[in-house]
Design a binder for this molecule. Structure first.
Ligand SMILES: [Zn+2]
Length: 415
């Protein structure tokens, strides 16, 4: 990708009220654009990050038998009324009906109702179970306060997985499998997410699990052990749950990046979703639901990986792995940079190489590179051309190295 051709540019201008690091750095870098409070556009470079996050999530969801589908975001009122959730204050309501002049739709903020109504058509026998489906979709939530950048949006992306089972035992088995998949996802994304016990609210007396990343920008407070895996949301904290370990339990702010939930038969009952066992007897289907917010994950990654100069993208989600820079206006430098761009594009894919061929001052270019935060910065200048080397620097390191082309390729190959 040629940097001169990019739709977005880096900017020093920040919209008012953006106090979080993720919003500031993503806007300055031209990854996102703010439309209104809690509503952002993903610009081309930002969308590349989001696509990579989604790709990792998809791979791990497919690996535990999840099938992807896509449900409508416009959800008719009768669905919410059937589950008694129409009056939830987070629903954006829209579409006046001609008859009563009442609002007839809600913008989807979660899809237990819609999926339960769909499942009635396909899941009828014990032979049809278990099943799991998921979608990655835009969701809407009428948040009173939306100030956390991508951490708390009124419109945001959500991966929601729903599972269907004959009984609680099978739900428990799958629930643990999803927890395992979530651990893999967050690890691949470079996030240390603690599986934190939380209350089930109105749905269940059992604990549910939230995946929490310790970070001062978070809105949640959790208690966690410094030695073992124990972690609980402050709202339900019970010191007696921490047993058989002498580690110290401390509290900290955290960002919730995912959650897993045993729904039981709450929605099966509302939508008459049942199956026949081997003797023909009917039972309600037992359900689970499991969320991850990819846009919030993107904001969390920025909160976790940054310094005073900009973002430090982990390789797995960086918009491009390589940022190639041609510094100075010597024709020799330009020729050598063009050649290297071609070579790297052929080897790693042109989408993975951002080539800064702009006629800008070296200082400005290097500053932009730090702000954009691609993992590997390669510099070609008169100085490097003279010694037939390339300057290579990892964004997370303060040291640059002069290496031969062969050595640079080996580094980029991960050797
Ligand atoms: Zn412990």
């Amino acid at each position: 990708m040629l940097q001169s051709k990019l739709f977005s540019k880096t900017t020093k201008n920040l919209p008012e009220g953006e106090e979080t690091k993720n919003a500031q750095l993503l806007i300055k870098g031209g990854f996102i654009n703010k439309s209104s409070a809690g509503v952002y556009s993903l610009l081309p470079l930002g969308l590349r990050v989001l696509d990579k996050i989604n790709h990792i999530i998809r791979e791990e969801m497919n690996a535990i038998g999840g099938e992807e589908l896509l449900m409508p975001t416009l959800v008719q009122r009768r669905y919410w009324e059937q589950s008694k959730r129409w009056d939830t204050d987070v629903v954006y309501k829209t579409g006046a009906s001609k008859k009563q002049g009442e609002l007839e739709y809600g913008l989807g903020w979660t899809h237990e109702e819609v999926i339960a109504a769909i499942a009635v058509n396909f899941l009828q026998s014990y032979k049809d179970l278990p099943k799991a489906v998921y979608q990655i979709q835009t969701k809407f939530r009428a948040e009173a306060r939306a100030q956390g950048g991508l951490l708390r949006g009124r419109e945001f992306l959500m991966k929601d997985l729903y599972s269907f089972h004959t009984d609680t035992e099978d739900l428990n088995r799958y629930y643990n499998q999803v927890i395992g998949a979530y651990k893999k996802i967050f690890k691949r994304l470079g996030l240390r997410a603690l599986a934190t016990e939380a209350g089930g609210g109105a749905f269940t007396k059992e604990y549910t699990h939230e995946f929490q990343v310790l970070n001062p920008a978070g809105e949640d407070s959790i208690y966690y052990c410094q030695k073992c895996d124990f972690s609980q949301n402050q709202e339900i904290y019970d010191v007696n749950r921490h047993k058989g370990c002498d580690g110290k339990v401390v509290s900290g702010r955290a960002i919730e990046v995912g959650n897993v939930f045993k729904l039981g038969t709450r929605f099966s009952e509302a939508f008459n979703l049942s199956y026949a066992d081997s003797s023909g007897k009917k039972h309600l289907i037992v359900m689970g639901s499991y969320g991850i917010g990819p846009t919030r994950v993107m904001g969390t990654i920025v909160e976790e990986y940054n310094d005073s100069a900009g973002i430090i993208w982990p390789e797995a989600v960086a918009p491009c792995r390589i940022h190639l820079m041609s510094l100075g206006d010597s024709p020799k430098t330009k020729k050598e940079s063009d050649r290297l761009y071609k070579l790297l594009s052929g080897r790693f894919g042109s989408d993975e190489v951002l080539y800064d061929e702009r006629a800008a001052a070296p200082g400005e270019k290097l500053k932009d590179a730090d702000l954009l935060g691609m993992p590997w910065r390669l510099v070609i200048s008169e100085k490097t051309v003279a010694v037939k080397k390339i300057e290579i620097k990892n964004r997370a390191s303060s040291q640059s190295k002069l290496l031969s082309e062969k050595q640079v390729i080996a580094v980029l190959d991960g050797k």
